[in-house]
Design a protein around this ligand. Structure first.
Ligand code: GUN
Length: 280
């Protein structure tokens, strides 16, 4: 029997746990979300982050800057947030307009406030296997695997995709959990064959329903990070869900799988940053 991994329920439980933790802190952790420009999808994500943070008792502020904001002006905003003692976490929504170098902006964020875990210091710590602020989406995937009782020690895990936001940190986390990890990507010679060998598949390649049912080993755990809109308006993942669900041991749906976990993990990272800043 295939188990459905219910990201909505698991994320709701995590948000409730974060809210309880915040209530015990005696202060309100602060989260600043910076949005540059008018990308509609980014605006939806930022509103959702703001709402979830507020519901958990986190003091959230959104800085919405115009699309023609210069890199220097954005860096000045970051410097102000770095220096603001009420701000524990800073998140700059990506993508940024093309005239701004995302790398320069990420590197300007105080690593202790980098709740996205994108600063090179936090990336390095993660790969060194020491405590770090970890990118929210792969962290959410690890929590889904744990909630579904997927055993990682010694397991063959395949990460499809090598992005800085998901694929690379995902591989580091699975490695730290004692999985045997392969990272496959658009240049991999035989993706299907790599996939068929895997007991755990994390798909984060950004191609609608690319992973077919006959790519999945019987009983494998399948985590679908993809969110793709089809021409008919439907939202689908990187995995052909109906086909894969026939063979997988456990699988996440899209929507309602990984997506809700990302924001819940952002709240958890904000509380972690707040506590670490007060008690380093
Ligand atoms: N854009 C898409 N995913 C993310 C994310 O996890 N963090 C930020 N800051 N921007 C994103």
């Amino acid at each position: 029997m295939t188990r459905l991994i219910d990201g909505r329920a698991i994320a709701a439980a995590l948000r409730a746990a974060v809210a309880e933790q915040v209530a015990r802190l005696g202060y309100r952790p602060g989260l600043a979300v910076v949005l540059v420009g008018e990308d509609p999808a980014s605006a939806v994500y930022v509103r959702a982050k703001d709402r979830a943070a507020g519901a958990a008792g986190i003091a959230a502020q959104t800085r919405h800057l115009p699309a023609d904001t210069s890199e220097a002006d954005l860096l000045a905003v970051i410097a102000g947030l770095n220096a603001d003692p009420a701000v524990d976490g800073i998140l700059v929504q990506l993508p940024l307009p093309p005239h701004i170098r995302a790398r320069a902006v990420i590197e300007a964020i105080d690593p202790a406030k980098d709740v996205d875990g994108f600063h090179p210091i936090n990336v390095g710590r993660l790969h060194d296997g020491v405590a770090a602020l970890v990118p929210c989406t792969p962290l959410g995937v690890m929590k889904l695997l744990a909630a579904a009782d997927v055993s990682l020690r010694g397991a063959r895990a395949l990460v499809l995709g090598r992005s800085a936001i998901v694929g690379r940190p995902m591989a580091a986390l699975l490695t730290a959990a004692d999985a045997t990890v392969t990272v496959a990507h658009s240049r991999t010679r035989d993706l299907a064959a790599e996939c068929r060998r895997a007991e755990v598949v994390v798909a984060a390649i950004g191609r609608a329903e690319m992973v077919r049912g006959d790519w999945i080993a019987a009983g494998a755990a399948v985590i679908d990070v993809g969110i793709n809109r089809l021409p008919d308006g439907r939202l689908v993942g990187d995995v052909a869900y109906a086909e894969a669900a026939e063979v997988a041991g456990a699988i996440t749906p899209v929507p309602g799988g990984v997506g809700p976990m990302t924001i819940a993990c952002l709240l958890e990272n904000t509380v972690r940053a707040a506590m670490a800043r007060r008690d380093p």
